[in-house]
Design a protein around this ligand. Sequence first.
Ligand SMILES: [Zn+2]
Length: 96
Amino acid sequence: MIITAKPTVSMCYCTQCGSSFPILRTNKKIREPGHLKKLWCNKCKKETNFIEIRGFGKYTYEDFLIEFKYGNFSPEGERIESHWKKFVSEHKRGDN
Ligand SMILES: [Zn+2]
């Protein structure tokens, strides 16, 4: 059996304005869900943290929307409530 490392596409979402763009990932290193990544945002015109969301895993776009909507990112792009899972589940409950 031959295992090939195919590049996968991850979407990155700006923690400040919510804009997104795809990046190609070729490494197989597994990142934690909702991994924060410093990138240049064309809309904010500054380097800030982006959330990386892959096509699989525990962190989804919906999770990002909840964190974004309820202001879980500081102006520096850091998480205010570091346990995003708890934060997201609490706000999910509040919405339903
Ligand atoms: Zn931005």
